[in-house]
Design a protein around this ligand. Structure first.
Ligand code: MSP
Length: 523
């Protein structure tokens, strides 16, 4: 039985268009999903849109359209961007779908049956931008003396009848969960943040609203709609068929040995690491395995925002740099979990320095040599020298290094390990100088070329999750059959066969900034 892996993105608010911050989370999840599929796991990858709540209702009113219209329009935009980014999601959930409304109502009823919901009155502060309640003590003052949420979002005073979830009663259970599962939250800094927040005591949570109607009706009292976060978090189990607890729920949300990974921004870890596990425990449902809180991107040193008008459209970046290049850059540039700054200089530097000059050039050097001098036939290797063995050994240890890094969502570590080998392989070409061996020692030349091809096969297979288009082309050029591109083929029993005819080489990582006709020729 293959092992199961379930990965989810946050579902995105449809009040606005997708920008590079959203694309970042989705790309990270796509890379995780592709990696696990290549490693033999049975993977489910879910993304989607968060369509209810005051924020979306307000955005619709401002545009003079109905909430459903803005949802339909912007949800499609998120779907289109995902397609353009090459995202391999297995499902796309919209919270306005009947399957989701049914799941939310089933979860609500279950909480109610378990005595986990009570009716009272909420009087306090609410920030529509964050869709979050705040205590007086958390607020700060804006430049004009106005009250602001700690995130800088404006707050309004809300007083209404509301259903509550007794979150305060779950403090000990949550702390016990974190103590028993130190990997439940990553990176470590986020774990510590959540731990001390919960340790500081929890207030009961208002989980319904009556001031507006754009939400999932509360069963038995449709004057109330569910608080958008209880609705949104439920998407992770709607996507598995909840309330049906057999099928995908049993597989990807098992009672023991959880397999689900929620990747979210650091801004929303409290919802995922405190509220969500408390709801699940209160409903006697199993828990996810881990929540990872990624950092935030700024743009050329500035926070991305609607008012500054500097939110970057991922489609424009794909158009300009290429989608593999964008995917690679975002995960290579900064340690996953940290904040980062997007700049044109940084992306161009990564594309040219690493994809084109280092990786692309490595492949093109020996592939065009084989095409020109050996009629495109991959040579048979002769006896291996220590240098050959060292390079091949480094390649063979890569998959495990990547697996270990992926367990921590440390894409940067996996990529660094891969690029250590890319650099070693380029050094190997320089030292072995196959072009000089052509006249002096053709047998040795053949071995060197073979070692380079085999090394590139490893690198390309492991780079597939990051740069799927380019590596597919590269593996075609190495004549690696489509069914032999998984990590199972990186083991000691598999290697390229000498004598294979290779297709005509073609650059897969063009330099950025070269005139268009040069694109495709590699470096
Ligand atoms: N709808 C909620 C999530 C519900 S999940 C059950 C939400 N949506 S959001 O559209 O506002 O943002 C979702 C995510 O987008 C953030 O958590 C984060 O992962 C990502 N990002 C949004 N802006 C970002 C940056 N500037 N940088 C990096 N990621 C950012 O919150």
């Amino acid at each position: 039985m293959p092992k199961a892996f379930y990965v989810t993105t946050p579902i995105y608010y449809v009040n606005d268009k997708p920008h590079i911050g959203h694309a970042y989370t989705t790309i990270a999840c796509d890379v995780l999903a592709r990696f696990k599929r290549l490693d033999g796991y049975d993977v489910k990858f879910l993304t989607g849109t968060d369509e209810h709540g005051q924020k979306v209702a307000k955005a619709a009113a401002e545009k003079g359209v109905t909430p459903q219209e803005i949802c339909d329009l912007n949800s499609q935009t998120f779907r289109d961007v995902a397609k353009n980014l090459g995202i391999s999601n297995d499902d796309f959930i919209r919270t306005t779908e009947p399957r989701h409304i049914a799941a939310c109502q089933a979860l609500w009823k279950r909480l109610e049956e378990n005595g986990q919901i009570y009716l009272d009155k909420y009087a306090g502060w609410y920030a529509v931008r964050d869709e979050a309640f705040y205590d007086e003590g958390e607020l700060t003052k804006g430049p004009n003396g106005e009250k602001l949420a700690p995130t800088g979002a404006p707050v309004e005073w809300v007083e209404e009848e509301s259903y509550f979830f007794p979150l305060s009663k779950w403090q000990d259970k949550l702390l016990a969960l974190y103590d028993a599962n130190p990997d439940f939250i990553g990176p470590k800094s986020r774990f510590n943040e959540i731990y001390s927040f919960v340790k500081g005591g929890l207030n009961d949570l208002s989980i319904s609203r009556t001031a507006f109607s754009w939400g999932v009706p509360v069963p038995g009292n449709p004057k109330h709609v569910m608080y958008v976060w209880i609705d949104a978090l439920t998407n992770y189990i709607t996507g598995l068929g909840y309330p049906d607890e057999s099928g995908e729920m049993a597989k990807f949300w098992p009672k023991t040995d959880p397999v689900a990974l929620h990747v979210v921004g650091k801004d929303i870890i409290r919802f995922h690491c405190v509220y969500w596990p408390a709801f699940l425990m209160a409903a006697n449902l199993p828990l996810p395995r881990r929540v990872f809180g990624q950092g935030w991107w700024t743009v050329e040193g500035q926070k991305m925002s609607k008012s500054l008008g500097n939110a970057i459209d991922p489609n424009a970046l794909i158009e300009k740099y290429g989608r593999d290049q964008l995917r690679f850059f975002l995960l290579r540039e900064i340690p996953y979990g940290n904040d980062g700054d997007f700049s044109e200089a940084a992306i161009a530097g990564r594309i040219n320095g690493e994809l084109a000059n280092a990786f692309g050039n490595l492949a093109q050097r020996f592939l065009s040599f084989i095409a020109k001098n050996l009629g495109g036939v991959l040579p048979e290797p002769g006896p291996l020298t220590d240098a050959d063995k060292e390079l091949l050994g480094a390649c063979r240890s890569l998959a495990d290094q990547c697996r270990e890094a992926f367990e921590r969502q440390a894409f940067h570590d996996a990529l660094e390990a891969i690029f250590v080998v890319v650099r070693a392989a380029n050094g190997y070409v320089d030292v072995q100088a196959p072009w000089a061996l052509k006249k002096t020692d053709p047998a040795r030349m053949s071995t060197v070329l073979y070692v380079l091809a085999e090394c590139t096969r490893h690198l390309a297979i492991l780079m597939q999750p990051f740069t799927p288009d380019a590596t597919a082309k590269l593996l075609d050029q190495l004549a690696v059959p489509e069914g032999e591109r998984t990590f199972a083929f990186l083991g000691p029993d598999h290697a390229l066969k000498g004598g294979a005819t290779l297709p005509a080489p073609q650059g897969v990582f063009p330099r950025y900034g070269d005139p268009p006709k040069a694109a495709g020729k590699g470096a």
